[in-house]
Design a protein around this ligand. Structure first.
Ligand SMILES: Cc1ncc(C[n+]2csc(CCOP(=O)(O)OP(=O)(O)O)c2C)c(N)n1
Length: 675
């Protein structure tokens, strides 16, 4: 396979004369567009340039091998020629360059060269190097499971192949024989770092470790690139799996307009590569094949020049970007009704929290064919380390519930791609303590996807995360992570404390079009039992639950601490202290009206969480109360949290000293009530 790179005859590659002329036109268009952007930069009209010049052969060769009606692509920031060849117009390009409000990809929100177009299956990308690779796998996985014969092309520079996401994605693609083509445009430098300081061995050789062919090709020879791409496309389409293509090429200008390339490479080196210019190489072939004469060359050049002039003019006249605030969420939730009644006891079979989650996942999978569950050890026979997913593979098949390699960034990244391509992924991160490698995919990718494309892309994924302490889990099986994620616009973060809420919030999370982090207090997995409604029970995201009423103070808590607070409130009643308990359930969006109502009712607030205090989620609640309801307070806001140590120690005697307890809550509540 992938041996067509030596073919030097376009008709043997299945390309018509017209297609070859189109390739030439496209390469020239990209080159001239690039020159125009640099000129605009020198005139002070665009602040930032990422240049394609030198890469046109690789990109046009790759694009021409794809079928625009069914294939997907995830290009990177240097792929001007690729995007033009896939169908973006020069005007689309300049709308991005000028950061106009009508830029179809980013609406002025991202830097130039971050293209995307849902109508052409071109997926959005961020500025974070290599995060697109797991997305490509997710899209390919979705194409495969839905029976499409579309293929996915994902590209990058060679520097990106040092990132973990590249390797995690290659491994996953190889494991599942996914229809993905990894195209690496090796221009010898990652900013200033030469390949010899970046890549051990060669880029193409990396394929060997992941069960796929890897091939080097002259990236300045558009026909050679087309040949290997067409072979890789054919291989992917027929179910044989992924390929890695390393196209050797060169960029003529600095990395970006902010870079000075003279400090790391010589003018002679640049000149040497210019002699192998991809446009010249193709032109020579066209002339030798008698397909291009001076008249046609002049005609194409004048058409391209004119096309660019019109595009610049039209884009320049387009409206400026003004809207910085819309589309943070696909479904914004602004709680507007304060919870006034004590939450009534639900009706249904009595179950514990973990069985409820398992039952609910089964019911959701039955209800929605597009749901898919994956994570580490989630498939049968194990069904998850906590057994939350037991039976899903047996009941719904390995396409709908499968194990992932041990790679959290991959897990989230694949979910991002699958979600964007039509699935509703429900991922499991085995323990919150191990979610940190996925932080980038959560915070930089899925949380921003909807905003950065002004709503043109979204990915409705649910990330289930067992979290928290009190179970002798020690420093690395006890962490609370909510403060990291509640800080992030674009994410929704919910925490059930009862089985009924677990069912209701999970149901709502799966139906929600935004990414939802579903934090499961694992101490409550068997401790919390209660009646669970049957059927599609929904608890609205953004609505707190008043668990207990009381005139002396309000305890605001969530997760295990909400459970403890209810017990504390019941016991305090015997001591004539009436403590209301507000279980937040949803941390982002936060049910401010219910918090405010609680403050107004009794003027005293005790915030409890098991995370440490400094910078914890309680600080946000306290700050909002201080900002908005200070006049209603009759006592200083109080927080009862874990001390400032890095999570909970393993030894019972140590953990008991630091894990917030029912007795501790009672003590704090009594002293606050007496204030
Ligand atoms: C994760 C991450 N680290 C660092 C950067 C800064 N950065 C932007 S481009 C780049 C070099 C990329 O080189 P390469 O992948 O070879 O692509 P090229 O620009 O040469 O086409 C770096 C380090 C980034 N955007 N993302």
């Amino acid at each position: 396979m992938l041996e067509l790179d030596n073919v030097r005859d376009h008709s043997a590659l299945g390309l018509s004369d017209d297609q070859l002329i189109d390739m030439y036109r496209m390469m020239l268009l990209a080159r001239k567009l690039d020159e125009r952007v640099w000129a605009l930069n020198r005139q002070g009209r665009v602040p930032f340039v990422v240049s394609v010049a030198g890469h046109e052969g690789t990109q046009v060769g790759a694009a021409f091998a794809l079928d625009k009606t069914r294939d997907w692509s995830l290009p990177y920031y240097r792929d001007v020629a690729f995007n033009l060849a896939m169908g973006l117009s020069p005007k689309d390009m300049f709308l991005g360059v000028f950061a106009k409000g009508t830029d179809p990809a980013n609406a002025g929100r991202q830097m130039p060269n971050h293209w995307s177009e849902p109508n052409l299956n071109i997926f959005s990308h961020s500025s974070v190097i290599a995060t697109q690779f797991p997305h490509a796998c997710g899209i390919a996985q979705q194409l495969k499971t839905t029976g499409s014969d579309g293929v996915v092309m994902v590209s990058s520079g060679e520097g990106a192949t040092s990132e973990g996401d590249f390797h995690e994605a290659m491994n996953f693609a190889g494991l599942h024989k996914l229809p993905v083509i990894f195209l690496v445009e090796n221009n010898l430098y990652a900013i200033s770092t030469p390949t010899r300081e970046e890549v051990a061995g060669t880029v193409a050789a990396r394929a060997g470790g992941y069960g796929m062919p890897g091939v080097e090709v002259d990236g300045n020879d558009v026909l050679a690139v087309y040949g290997v791409m067409a072979a890789a496309v054919q291989r992917a389409r027929s179910g044989e799996g992924p390929s890695l293509i390393e196209a050797k090429t060169y960029r003529y200008y600095a990395h970006t307009s902010d870079d000075d390339d003279k400090v790391y490479r010589s003018a002679e080196e640049v000149e040497l590569w210019r002699r192998k210019d991809p446009i010249l190489v193709l032109k020579q072939y066209l002339v030798e094949s008698r397909l291009l004469d001076e008249d046609l060359e002049a005609k194409i050049e004048s058409e391209v020049t004119n096309e660019i002039a019109v595009a610049v003019k039209e884009a320049d006249a387009a409206p400026e970007a003004l809207d910085w605030e819309s589309a943070v969420y696909a479904l914004p939730i602004v709680p507007d009704n304060a919870v006034t009644e004590e939450e009534p006891e639900p009706i249904g079979e009595t179950m514990n929290l973990i069985s409820t989650i398992n039952r609910t996942l089964h019911d959701i999978m039955a209800e929605y064919d597009e749901t898919v569950v994956f994570g580490e050890d989630v498939a049968d026979p194990k069904g998850g380390v906590f057994k939350a997913t037991v039976g899903l593979t047996n009941d719904y098949g390995a396409d709908r519930c499968f194990n992932m390699p041990l790679a959290e960034s991959l897990i989230v990244g694949v979910a991002v791609g699958m979600g964007a391509a039509g699935a509703r992924p429900i991922t499991e991160i085995q323990f919150a303590d191990f979610i940190h490698p996925g932080f980038d995919q959560i915070v930089s990718e899925v949380a921003r996807l909807h905003y950065r494309t002004k709503g043109r892309w979204s990915s409705p994924l649910v990330i289930r995360v067992p979290y928290g302490g009190g179970i002798h889990g020690a420093l690395y099986h006890s962490q609370s992570i909510e403060a990291f994620y509640t800080h992030v616009p674009g994410l929704k973060v919910v925490v059930p404390s009862t089985p009924a809420d677990a069912r209701g919030l999970l149901w709502s999370a799966v139906e929600d079009p935004d990414p939802v982090m579903f934090l499961e207090p694992k101490k409550l997995y068997r401790l919390a039992t209660g009646p669970v409604p049957d059927g599609p029970h929904r608890v609205p995201i953004g609505r707190a639950a008043l668990r207990r009423t009381g005139d002396d103070l309000t305890i605001i808590a969530y997760g295990t601490m909400a459970h403890f607070a209810v017990e504390a409130s019941d016991r305090l009643r015997e001591e004539d202290v009436e403590a209301a308990v507000l279980d937040l359930r949803s941390l982002r969006p936060l049910d401010w009206p219910s918090i405010e109502r609680a403050v107004r009712r009794n003027g005293k607030v005790l915030i409890v969480h098991e995370d440490n205090k400094f910078g914890g989620f309680g600080a946000e609640i306290a700050a909002q109360i201080a900002e908005k309801s200070l006049d209603w307070l009759d006592a200083p806001i109080r927080r009862y949290c874990a001390p400032e140590i890095p999570s909970f120690p393993y030894s019972s005697t140590l953990e008991e000293q630091v894990f917030p307890s029912v007795e501790g809550i009672m003590e704090q509540a009594k002293s606050l009530a007496a204030y």
